[in-house]
Design a protein around this ligand. Structure first.
Ligand code: GLY
Length: 347
């Protein structure tokens, strides 16, 4: 088993191992002394892993209740959140009990936010079941729901008591959802680790599995280091947003329907690299992106995307902060007026 410890405002372990799902109950028992556990999940994940997780938690001596909501980003909303609160009330969940987020980013984000706010805060455990959630969203304590006005607009920083990553569960992902996570994996190589980038680049969608556990652990370690340096996202943590300024604009331009988050980030990285990198670096990045069936460009004109970049949360007043990797493995935070950014991107 690989164990990575995060030293943030609270300290917690991220455990990575094939098949660890069936022992999650005992792992949770070592971390907390709750009586009841409320598992929050979506219908797809429940069908695949609800039983095994419920059984393991029950056998570890906890009372288990489960709340299942329809899969997909549209569920990450205030209505679902209120339904979760009502469910927790109905089942007499107290502050000393614990929530378990079993699923991908949507489940992790909304469950984390429920844990941050229900009864003014209670423990929660992350059991991420997508590659994207394992390498990114389950680590670092960002929790949120979406509003009509945009994604993740209401949220809180709330660290989990532990993160349990079973790499076996990634085998049931569709190729598209797997690729979605690879967008973030490539990002980690670009911002912090040239060796990781070379490792991913030598593989492709079919051959990645041999190195996948090490790759996931490397990504999590990078995220751990960044979160430890800047838990509340006021400085260095922004490097995790490489490819995201344009990526978020792409997701929004296509109404979150055409491009998944990882696909949009892949395009965002390629577009930024074209502006800032030597041709050889752009070529390497694009070839890696293509190896995982991710797009390197979108049909939308840059003139239509740039205004949407202003809606990114990394904008402070008229200034836009965005991330540049001139070379693979090294990220810089750049600040520009929004007008200069528009002229520069459109030139
Ligand atoms: N996913 C970006 C962050 O956690 O800061």
């Amino acid at each position: 088993m690989k164990k990575i410890t995060v030293h943030a405002s609270t300290e917690y372990d991220i455990l990575i191992e094939k098949g660890i799902l069936s022992t999650c109950g005992n792992i949770i028992k070592e971390k907390i002394s709750a009586q009841k556990i409320a598992v929050i999940t979506d219908d797809t994940v429940d069908r695949l892993y609800g039983k095994v997780v419920g059984k393991s938690i029950r056998e570890a001596g906890f009372d288990v209740v489960k709340f299942v909501f329809p899969h997909g980003e549209t569920s990450k909303c205030a209505d679902t959140l209120v339904n979760i609160y009502d469910f927790l009330c109905k089942n007499s969940i107290t502050r000393t009990d614990c929530l378990v987020a079993l699923g991908g980013g949507v489940v992790g984000d909304i469950t984390g936010f429920a844990a941050a706010t229900f009864l003014r805060g209670m423990n929660f455990v992350q059991i991420p079941t997508t590659l994207l959630a394992q390498v990114d969203s389950s680590v670092g304590g960002k929790t949120a729901i979406d509003l009509k006005g945009g994604k993740n607009l209401v949220g809180a920083f709330k660290q989990p008591v532990c993160v349990i990553c079973d790499t076996d569960v990634l085998k049931t992902l569709t190729p598209e959802i797997f690729s979605d996570g690879m967008g973030e994996v490539i990002k980690y190589g670009m911002i912090r680790d040239a060796k990781l980038f070379e490792l991913i680049a030598k593989n492709d969608q079919k051959t990645i599995w041999t190195d996948l556990e090490d790759i996931i652990a490397t990504c999590i370690s990078i995220k751990r280091d960044v979160v430890e340096a800047d838990e509340f996202d006021t400085g260095e943590r922004m490097i995790l947003n490489y490819g995201h300024t344009l990526g978020h604009a792409i997701e929004s331009y296509y109404h979150y329907e055409t491009y998944s988050h990882g696909s949009a980030v892949a395009v965002g990285m390629c577009m930024m690299a074209e502006k800032t990198c030597e041709p050889e670096t752009v070529k390497k990045l694009k070839s890696c992106v293509k190896a995982y069936n991710l797009p390197t460009s979108v049909p939308a004109d840059i003139k239509e995307l740039v205004p949407l970049c202003g809606k990114d949360k990394k904008r402070a007043a008229s200034q836009l902060r965005f991330i540049v990797c001139k070379t693979i493995g090294k990220a810089e935070i750049h600040t520009m007026s929004f007008d200069s950014f528009s002229i520069w991107m459109e030139s």
